[in-house]
Design a protein around this ligand. Sequence first.
Ligand code: NAD
Length: 501
Amino acid sequence: MSQFDVTEQRKADWESAANALQIRDKAYIDGKFVSATSGKVFECINPATDAVLATVAECDAADVDRAVKAARAAFESGVWSAMAPMNRKAVLLRLAELIRQNLVELALLDSLDMGKLVNDAAMVDVPGSATFFQWYAEAIDKVYDEIAPTGPGDLAMITREPLGVVGAVVPWNFPLDMATWKCAAALAAGNSVVLKPAEQSPLSALRLAELASEAGVPDGVLNVLPGYGETAGQALGLHPDVDCLAFTGSTAVGKLFQQYAGQSNMKQVWLETGGKSPNLVFADCADLDAAADMAAFGIFFNQGEVCSANSRLLVERSIQAELVEKLIARADAMQPGDPLDPESKMGAMVSSEQTKTVMRYINIGKTEANLVVGGEQVKIDGRGNFVQPTIFDNVDANATIATDEIFGPVLAVVPFDSEDEAVSIANDSVYGLAASVWTDGLSKAHRVAGRLRAGTVSVNTVDALSPMTPFGGFKQSGFGRDLSLHSFDKYTALKTTWIKY
Ligand code: NAD
C-alpha cells in the first residue's frame, strides 16, 4: 500500500484500499496486542455511513493498571529512559519514516473512524504526525543542560530528567496528530507513555503503537488503551503511579483531571482544552478575498471540529456586507460529501451525538441571529452524519452561538465599530486559545495582537502552527504548551546537583 500515490488517488482507489485494511482492534500493552481484562469490546462506527467499522477492546481500570505497571517497569529498567539521546533520536526518526510509509493506512483509519476527508488526513494529519516525530527526534540530542553561575568552589548543575510514566488522554478531531503531539515530545524526553485515545477514534493510535515497536521503541514504553473516558480515562487520571497527565479535550473534562490529580497522587496535569477563537477583520485589510478564503477555512476545515476554529468572525461594520457575501459563496462551495471522495470539500461529523449537538446550536442560532447560509443536517447517499457549512450574520456578542464552543461548521459574524470594541469583544470569553487579525496597518497589527488574550495570534492568516512554535491556551483553554522545545517543560523535571569542591 505504500506505493499508493496520494496526489493521484480517486475515490475507487481509496475504497479498495479501505476494503483491504486490517484493523488492529486490541489494546497495546507491553509490546503486545491484548484483549481487555474484562473481555469487553465496543463498536467503532464510521460516521459517514453509520456502519460498524470494528469492535475494539474496551479497557478499564484493570487494564490501566497493567499498562502503568509495564510503563513503570520499562522506565525503571532504563531501556529507553537511560538510552543516549542520539539513540532515541534514531528510533524516533525510524518511526517518522514508518508513518510516512504507512500513510495510506493511517489516513484511512482516521477518515473512516471519525469522518474527516481522507485527502486531508493524507495531506495534513499523517505527514504532520511524521514531521512532529522527526522534529522531536532531531531536537532531543541538541538540548543542553545548564550550569549555574555560583562562582569558584561550587559546581551547580541543572539537568532535565524525564518524569517517568506519562498518561495521555486525547480527543477524536485529529486522532493521530493529537496522540503524536503528546507522544513525540514525551517519548523523546525519555518517558514511558500510556495513551488513551478517544472512544470515537482509537484505530490510528493502535497502529502507531505497533509502528513504534517496529521502529525500535522498547516494550512497555508506549502503551495504547482504547476505552471510554469515564472508565479508562478516569482510571488513568486517578492512578497513583502516573507522574504526569497530558490532556487534550473539552474544558469540562480538563477540570475533572485536575480533580483526579488532587484526589490521588498530585500528578502534574497539563491541559489543552476548548476555544471560541475570534477572527478580527478590519476595514484596512489589504486582501478581503484572502481574508474570506481563510475565514471559511478557519471554521469549515475538519467540519469545524477544531479546538482553535475561528468560530467568531468580528468584522468592521463598513466591510461587513461585502465580506459576508464572499463567505456565503465560499460556504456554498464547501458542501459536505463522501470523505473517501477526493472531490468532497467537507467530511462527516464525528458521530450522531455530535451532529445533534451542532444542530441544537444551529436551532438556537435561528432564534438569536440571521441565518444566511446552511443550517441543515444532510445525508450523503442516504446515510451518515453531515452538517452544511453554516453562517449566522449580525450575531450579538453575548448570544449563545457567539459564546459557547459548538465544535461544528457554524460561524457567528459579529460586527464592530472600533478597535477598542473589537478587542473587548474578542477578549470577552472564558477561552483564550487562538485569535486572528486582518489589517494592513503594521502598528495596528502589533497593537491588537498584543492586546488579545490568546495563546496564538495569527496576523493576516488563520491558525498559524508549526512544530517550531508553542501551541496552547490562556484562561480556560488550558495551560502548558504542545509543540516546540517548550513542550519538554511538561515532560521533564529540573534537577539541581550541587557539588562543593
Ligand atoms: P472530551 O473532553 O469529551 O474527550 C477528550 C478525551 O477525554 C477522550 O479521550 C475522552 O474519552 C476523555 N474523557 C471524557 N470524559 C472523561 C472523564 N470523565 N474522565 C476522564 N477522561 C474523560 O472532548 P472531545 O469531545 O473528544 O473533543 C472535543 C474537545 O476537545 C473540544 O472542546 C476541543 O476544543 C478540545 N480540543 C482542544 C485542543 C487543544 O489543543 N486545545 C485540541 C483538540 C480538541
